[in-house]
Ligand binder design. Structure first.
Ligand code: GTP
Ligand code: MG
Length: 550
């Protein structure tokens, strides 16, 4: 009868003693279900708790698995995905968390080798001695196969962009193809919950939340998963009790304690949490993180602790994406352009990050009167919006966008996406980065307060520059590439070229295509140009090609 085998390994509940939540002091907020962002988190976390992830032999196991699962309660949905075209998984969502608890209690451990026996909601579905026969009354649950974690290839992107009717249409198509779908979001919350199941055995009331682009609406398929370990709602102390737990002091606000704590977490994860592999510790950074690969989804993850500022930053970006429908498609197109032009990179270095680039786009949209400044969002904040991080950073801003005054909700600027994309390149290619800085908080350029090549003020901690790492060479590359982009947008013509508009922008690797266009135009303008002259143009551009690669 027991066909689910738990993939869990070991309990460490006695490994570390201490009361994790105690040390965090100050105000750490509980989730307020009236707010959209927090509401989304609450809904997705609940969905993750009601779901199990089951590795099956093949898609044909669905009926059998469904029949098995419904013995424990109503099943709401089943989602299938493949990892590396070999491993099949089905994410089963129950109606009730009680069913998940029952199914976890009923599952068994692997026979044979010693394994650390800790239970969670990730399983194998082994071949049954007793096949579960489908009851006549049993309705087959539609198996969603959304190609969960598969990202379109560059060729596929080029094909669908070619068929769009306008550049604005291309931007929307790109956004729809790249954005995270429902299954990917479910899996990201399930990953967080899987870790939470372990950590909560070590410490009372801990939760793991996804943040970053997985949640702010700027994420693309297969983007990294940023996770943060936080204390959950702090329970009221039971004042009536005369027995008080012995605990150890823990000051996570102090850097070396955080590092030591993360060292322990990293070892725990590496040795005991199934699915977690290739654990790397980056503990010297301003925000220490543990990097790892989660093998059930093949997604790279970054785990930090008590980093509430990053969660509020994520909420701010999410809100900006909600204010106007053009924000997310535009940010997606510009992030994709930057990736293809090697302006951004997955490897850290002296170049702009996706996060900072997104702030740059938001700032541009503030200049176009499409988005309000953070100061405006702060002005209209209510008492429900008061938030402060564990280190006292004020993250109060309006969360309920219904309360924005009409002039910010109903905008006079109705520019289409094509015009905004062109406008963005125009704006950054002429912006005086030498003397001015970008400030989302004020919504206007500021006098540059630092000597960094590029200054983008951290909206929540205004003394910090999120682009401190960017050097002048990388900044110049951004503005040069923006110039090239304008040229491409103004000269590609969809009637003669299959690689037009956004497709041309994404494909203009090392401006080869631009050279071709320039050369063609030049030929048309002046057919008397000599071959030497044409060669000269190519040579000048080779200088760019030979710059250090990321
Ligand atoms: P991708 O992972 O590239 O898709 O984008 P991302 O927005 O998730 O960026 P990243 O994974 O690098 O960082 C995750 C989150 O951490 C961001 O969304 C921000 O909220 C926060 N973050 C990243 N970089 C910085 C930074 O330089 N300063 C601050 N304060 N927060 C940052
Ligand atoms: Mg990220």
């Amino acid at each position: 009868m027991v066909r689910l085998k738990t993939r869990e390994h070991a309990s460490l509940s006695s490994f570390i003693q201490g009361n994790f939540k105690q040390s965090l002091g100050k105000r750490i907020d509980s989730l307020n279900i009236n707010n959209t962002f927090e509401n989304t988190i609450t809904k997705r976390r609940d969905q993750a708790r009601r779901s199990i992830l089951v590795q099956v032999y093949s898609l044909n196991s669905q009926d059998d698995l469904q029949s098995y699962c419904i013995q424990f309660g109503d099943v709401l949905s089943m989602h299938h995905y493949q990892k590396n075209k070999q491993h099949n998984y089905i994410l089963v969502e129950f109606k009730d968390i009680v069913s998940v608890n029952k199914i976890i209690s009923s599952a068994s451990f692997m026979d044979g080798d010693f394994v650390a026996p800790v239970k969670s909601s990730v399983f194998w579905f082994r071949k049954g001695k007793f096949v579960c026969h489908k009851r006549n009354s049993e309705k087959k649950i539609f198996l969603s196969t959304e190609n969960g974690c598969i990202c379109p290839t560059e060729k596929e992107i080029a094909n669908f962009l070619q068929n769009a009717k306008s550049i604005s249409g291309q931007i929307i198509d790109l956004y729809e193809a790249l954005k995270l779908n429902d299954l990917e979001t479910r899996l990201r919350f399930h990953t967080a919950y899987h870790l939470e199941q372990y950590f909560s055995r070590l410490f009372q009331n801990t939760k793991v939340l996804p943040f970053g682009s997985s949640l702010n609406g700027f994420g693309r398929k297969r983007c990294d998963l940023d996770l943060v370990l936080l204390p959950d709602n702090i329970e009221e102390n039971n004042a009536a009790s005369r027995l008080v737990f012995h605990t150890k002091p823990m000051k996570l606000s102090e850097r070396h304690e955080t590092r030591e704590f993360m060292e322990i977490l990293a070892s725990t994860m590496q040795h005991f949490i199934p699915g977690v592999c290739n654990v790397r510790k980056i503990l010297e950074a301003r925000v220490p993180i543990i990097k790892f690969l989660y093998e059930y989804t093949n997604i790279e993850c970054d785990l930090s602790t008590t980093n509430m500022a990053a969660v509020y930053m994520c909420e701010l970006l999410y809100l900006y994406g909600e204010i106007d429908w053009r924000v997310r498609p535009l940010v997606t197109a510009i992030r994709k352009w930057a990736k293809n032009q090697e302006i951004t990179s997955d490897v850290p270095g002296p170049w702009i990050t996706n996060f900072s680039l997104s702030l740059l786009v938001l700032f541009y949209l503030q200049q176009k009167n499409i988005l309000p400044s953070l100061r405006v969002l702060k002005t209209y904040a209510t008492s429900d919006d008061i938030r402060c991080t564990e280190n006292g950073i004020d993250c109060t801003f309006l969360r309920n966008l219904e309360k924005l005054p009409p002039e910010y909700k109903y905008k006079s600027n109705q520019d289409n996406l094509e015009s905004l994309l062109h406008g963005f390149f125009d704006y950054i290619s002429t912006f005086d980065f030498h003397t001015k800085g970008i400030c989302i908080r004020e919504g206007v350029p500021i006098r540059k307060p630092s000597r960094s090549a590029l200054h983008i003020t951290n909206p929540l901690e205004t003394t910090l520059n999120v682009c401190k790492n960017v050097n002048i060479y990388e900044l110049n590359r951004i503005t040069e590439k923006a110039h090239d982009a304008i040229y491409i947008l103004e000269t590609t013509d969809n009637s003669r070229n299959s690689n037009w508009g956004l497709a041309a922008l994404l494909n203009m690797k090392n401006i080869d295509i631009m050279n071709m266009i320039k050369l063609n135009n030049k030929k048309e303008e002046n057919t008397t140009n000599s071959l030497e002259e044409i060669h000269e143009i190519s040579e000048v551009n080779e200088v760019d090609i030979n710059q250090p690669k990321k």
